[in-house]
Design a protein around this ligand. Structure first.
Ligand SMILES: Cc1cc2nc3c(=O)[nH]c(=O)nc-3n(C[C@H](O)[C@H](O)[C@H](O)COP(=O)(O)OP(=O)(O)OC[C@H]3O[C@@H](n4cnc5c(N)ncnc54)[C@H](O)[C@@H]3O)c2cc1C
Length: 353
């Protein structure tokens, strides 16, 4: 661009972070803050990947997965303290999170796993269908047996997290390069981009849904796959509603929350052989049963994106056994909930090397 000086890539760095979403910027901040000479390479703009397309929810209760809950509790504490650490404010708005149980086995599973959730620091309890309907008046209490209620769930803007971590990383001396795609990685950890090459002491792969591709450049196998999800808006509901907690139907995966004067909802995407109409029909069926005030309401495409799914629904955070290649990926629809703890873990792994 005329008149603009683009700074050149340095020849080497102790850590080269690949990918500038919530996970990569958190990693860059935590590494730079610990005194590690850090460069981040992002092929587009910061936060332009999955982190720009979220439903903006952070929660700590993950049914059946207290390990992710523990990461999320640690991360939520960091978000409450975000401004003190990064200098940027983070508007956290408390909404709460509820999982609706419609079969007895789900209640038995909840009870069996409750102690492990509590040990992970997750605040969650079983409430009756009546209490659930008091917290979310759209719920048809006759269609629900009970619910898990976790008050520690918030709305947050994913891009605020990215911007806050990126600014704080730069303040601690990290260099962040946008529009700099990584195209090849050599066995000696030389990372190539069209803008030049950089020798990395350690590579940190935080490329979200594209982490498998980036890892394969270094002959590292991350068994993860992109998983499509489409968000939908309803028409403006007939009766005005107050701000609703995020509400998940545990059986179908349908989740709803308020979004300005509408409802934002998601239930994956059409299955392989399924038409879009059939998928929308399934969603409408669940809405009519669980939330009768939304029966027959118009549904409109809001936005869609890929998230990085791991086979176990638990993120991979680790390092290759023989080469200096670290990774954090596979957050399976919950990367905002875990970004601070993921950055801390990557820092600790890299420094221990
Ligand atoms: C529709 C939708 C709704 C979601 N809602 C929520 C939610 O409410 N709460 C929540 O916690 N999570 C949610 N998620 C999941 C969340 O978006 C992800 O878990 C999170 O953003 C992952 O962050 P990341 O930094 O790993 O990935 P990304 O934000 O995708 O960042 C990876 C970056 O790597 C870059 N990159 C890729 N390849 C290269 C390369 N070769 N060279 C350089 N850079 C490269 C990409 O451009 C991208 O910017 C949602 C996801 C979707 C799709």
């Amino acid at each position: 661009m005329p008149g603009m000086t683009l700074s050149a890539l340095p020849a080497r760095a102790d850590a080269v972070v690949i990918g500038g979403g919530v996970i990569g910027t958190s990693a860059a901040y935590h590494l730079a803050e610990a005194g590690v000479n850090t460069v981040l390479l992002e092929r587009g703009s910061l936060g332009g990947g999955a982190s720009a397309h979220t439903a903006g929810m952070v929660r700590t209760y993950f049914p059946g997965n207290p390990g992710t809950g523990q990461m999320a509790v640690r991360s939520l504490n960091a978000y409450h303290d975000f401004a003190r650490h990064t200098g940027s404010p983070l508007g956290l708005k408390r909404l709460g999170f509820m999982a609706l149980f419609t079969d007895e086995q789900q209640i038995a599973d909840f009870e069996a796993g409750h102690q492990a959730q509590q040990a992970a620091g997750v605040q969650v309890g079983l409430i009756s269908a009546r209490e659930a309907a008091r917290l979310n008046p759209l719920i048809n209490e006759r269609a629900v047996l009970a619910a898990a209620w976790s008050p520690e769930a918030y709305h947050v803007d994913g891009l605020d997290i990215v911007r806050g971590y990126a600014a704080a990383a730069r303040n601690h001396g990290a260099r962040l390069f946008t529009h700099t795609p990584v195209t090849r990685i050599d066995d000696d950890n030389t990372v190539h981009t069209p803008q030049g090459s950089i020798k990395a002491g350690s590579i940190v792969c935080t490329a979200g849904p594209w982490s498998g591709e980036v890892a394969s450049m270094a002959s590292v196998d991350l068994p993860m796959r992109p998983h499509a999800i489409e968000m939908l808006f309803t028409d403006i509901p007939p009766a005005p509603h107050r701000e609703l907690p995020m509400t998940l139907h545990a059986t179908s995966g349908l989740r709803i929350r308020s979004w300005k004067d509408r409802i934002l909802l998601a239930m994956g995407a059409p299955k392989d052989a399924e038409t879009r109409e059939a998928w929308l029909g399934r969603i409408a069926g669940h809405l009519g049963t669980l939330f009768p005030a939304l029966d027959g309401i118009g549904l409109h495409r809001a936005w869609s994106g890929d998230f990085d799914a791991s086979p176990t629904n638990t993120a991979f955070i680790g390092e290759h056994p023989t080469r200096r290649f670290l990774y954090a990926a596979g957050f399976t629809g919950a990367g905002l909930c875990q970004a601070p703890a993921a950055g801390e873990k990557l820092r600790d792994l890299l420094i221990a090397k």
